[in-house]
Structures are given as C-alpha cells and as structure tokens.
Write a protein that binds this ligand. Structure first.
Ligand SMILES: NC(=O)c1ccc[n+]([C@@H]2O[C@H](COP(=O)([O-])OP(=O)(O)OC[C@H]3O[C@@H](n4cnc5c(N)ncnc54)[C@H](O)[C@@H]3O)[C@@H](O)[C@H]2O)c1
Length: 346
C-alpha cells in the first residue's frame, strides 16, 4: 500500500540508461519523487545521488527494505534483469524494467510468476511505444491509411560500441538483443502480428579487437522476417555505426507507404557557399527519444496511482526476446528458424 503523497521511486543500476530515468523521476514525473539509487559502483551511485538530491546505497537488500520506495526502475546489465526483477517483485515493489527483458524465455516465465505473486505493476521499457511519431504511425496503420501492410523495413543503429558487458553474446544476446530489440518490438506492434520465421546473417566488420575475446561478436546483422499476417520484411542493425543514432521504419501497404523516424537532430539547416547545406544528425537515443522516456516513466506512475494496466508489459518483452534468439540461432545455423512462442501464466 502506498502511504505517501508522492510515489517513492528507486533506480537500480545508474549507468547510461539508469541516469536518464533517475533524472526524469527526480524532476519531471508528476506524483512521484526519486528516493534512492542503488549501484554496485559506489562512486557512480554517490555521484548520481548527489546530483539528483537522492539517497544511495550499494546494498540491494537494504535498498529493497526501504519502505519509502514504492516502485523500482531496473536498469542493470541485461544478464541481471531476471534475478533482480524477481527480488524486487518479492519485495512487493512495482517495476519498470529496461529492455531486453531477460536472456531466455525461461527467465521470463520465472519473472512473470514473481510479478503475478507480488500483484505489482510491471512496465516493459520499450520507449518507442511512448514516442508520438511511432504512436501516430500505429494509429494510421490500424485505421487503414496505407491499406494492408505487406513489407516492413526497420533499421536500428547505434553510434558506438555497447558497454563491454554486452560484447559477450551469452550476457546480452548480442547486438540484435541490445540494439534491435526495439525494432523487433516496434514491427510486431505496428503490424499487430506475431513473428513466424526469421533468417538472419551477422558479420563483424569493424570490431576486430572485441572479436579477439568474443569470437561470436557481430557488429552488423540483417534479419529477414515473415509475420503471421503474411507481411515480410527486414530488421537490420549496426553498432558502431559511427555517424550517429539511426532508428527508422518504413511500412509499405497495399495502398501507400509510411515512414517513421528522422535523421535530423533538430530543424536547423545551415547553407553556405563554401560548405554547402549542413544539418546536425541524431547523435544519441537519449536525445531522439527524450520525450518517450519521460512518457514511459510517467506511464509507470500513472498506472500505479490510477490502477490501470500498462500499455506494454511482460508478454511484449518475451515476444521480442524470442525473435532475437531465433535470429541468433539462424546466424549460427545459416537456416531459417521458426519463432516459437512460450505461454505466460494467466
Ligand atoms: N531503452 C533504451 O534505449 C536503452 C538504452 C541503453 C540501455 N538500455 C538497457 O539498459 C540496461 C543497462 O544498460 P546501460 O547501457 O545503462 O549499462 P551501463 O553499463 O551503462 O550501466 C549499468 C549500471 O549497472 C551497474 N551494475 C552492474 N552490475 C551491478 C550489480 N550487480 N548491482 C548493481 N549495479 C550493478 C553498473 O555499475 C552500471 O552503473 C541494459 O539492459 C540495456 O540494454 C536501454
């Protein structure tokens, strides 16, 4: 039971993504306040807490016993999501968990059981679901603006290498998990259809040093997808793309085409004779999806206060995970792979 006027929020893992959420909860989410951050890195936890006027700890048990914390944002490396989400659920605290949800479907089934037993709200961190352009695209498609969707192309590219823990495919499901989970979720959501088959190729073109320690590491991949609706398409990923952060989708329908996403950081264009036309490209997911992360964090708080079901949850995280894993199998087998679906507890 929530006993305070403002919902108390804690953030576990205040690295790149955790800082974005912690800043939102500290300053920009109505009916909530940031209470405490937890991170294994004492210095990082201390710095983030001091900058946001929150408490900090490196002790997870202590953090979970803090009665001021009603809801927790889990922004740990992916291989820690399952165990920590289960611990948070057992402590009876509501959860927003960053993507990818977990490493395996079995982990998700355990997480789902803990969430169900804890009777808590669980929001899956697919921030594109809260982006106004993606929302508009979904609405237009479902209203029939382009007829029946038949071919979809989704591109997800990150400017730099992911954090070093993600280089090990066993701890992250590789770039398709770390970067393209968003694409896989967005395709399924925009089309309103489940995945049937995938055929994927992955190559390491640039990251030779990483491959010395992690021979399975790939920095580019293309996945051919076949949906139950009959639509076909591709998801492609690249990391490091060097030039910027690139998240764009094209949907071809029987009666038109729809494009989502931009390469421009802002609307300023400079045109001079010596340098020609110049425009700043999108540099980071933090800037492109700033408003979407905020809407996602507000959604968690609204769902808890208003007792409404989240727009995106465990099943969405599970479906994206299943297609990522099928694509990774396909890279290894060089065969098309069926995307099998696990059943979540009712
Ligand atoms: N939605 C998005 O667009 C988006 C963007 C970036 C990252 N992510 C996801 O967020 C998660 C975190 O990624 P990141 O890039 O912020 O990673 P990161 O490495 O920058 O941060 C992870 C933080 O967790 C801390 N940590 C590690 N082990 C810990 C432990 N056992 N206990 C407590 N703290 C621990 C680290 O000290 C670090 O501060 C990943 O699942 C990633 O895929 C999502």
């Amino acid at each position: 039971m929530i006993t305070q006027e403002l919902l108390g929020i804690g953030v576990i893992g205040v690295g790149r993504a955790g800082l974005v959420h912690a800043q939102n909860f500290a300053y920009n989410v109505p009916r909530a306040r940031l209470v405490s951050v937890m991170d294994a890195n004492d210095q990082r936890a201390q710095e983030v807490a001091a900058s946001l006027g929150a408490d900090y700890t490196t002790d997870l048990e202590r953090f979970l016993q803090d009665p001021r914390i009603d809801a927790v944002c889990v922004t740990l490396p992916t291989f820690l999501h399952a165990t920590v989400v289960e611990q948070v659920a057992r402590a009876g605290k509501h959860i927003l968990c960053e993507k990818p949800l977990a490493l395996t479907p079995d982990e998700v089934l355990s997480m789902a059981a803990a969430v169900k037993t804890g009777r808590i709200t669980f929001v899956m961190g697919f921030m594109r679901r809260f982006d106004s352009s993606f929302q508009r695209a979904r609405q237009m498609i479902s209203e029939g603006a382009i007829g029946q969707p038949i071919v979809i192309k989704s591109t997800g590219r990150g400017p730099g290498l992911p954090p070093s823990w993600a280089w090990d495919i066993n701890l992250s499901n590789g770039m398709l998990g770390e970067v393209n989970s968003h694409d896989f979720d967005a395709v399924r959501w925009l089309l309103g259809s489940e995945y049937q088959n995938v055929y994927a190729r992955g190559r390491n073109f640039k990251s030779y040093d990483v491959a010395k320690s992690y021979p399975n590491f790939y920095d580019n991949a293309v996945v051919l997808i076949e949906m139950e609706s009959g639509a076909i398409g591709t998801v492609d990923g690249s990391c490091p793309a060097d030039y910027g952060y690139d998240a764009r989708i094209e949907v071809l329908g029987t009666e038109g085409v729809l494009f989502v996403g931009t390469t421009a950081e802002n609307s300023v264009t400079v045109w001079t004779k010596p340098k020609g036309v110049r425009q700043s490209g999108v540099t980071s997911w933090k800037s492109l999806f700033r408003e979407a992360y905020l809407a996602e964090d507000r959604h968690l708080v609204d769902c808890i206060w208003d007792n409404t079901p989240p727009l995106v949850g465990l099943e969405d995280g599970l479906r994206a995970l299943e297609v990522v894993r099928a694509a990774n199998y396909s890279i290894q087998s060089a065969q098309a792979e069926e995307v099998r679906r696990a059943e979540l507890p009712k």
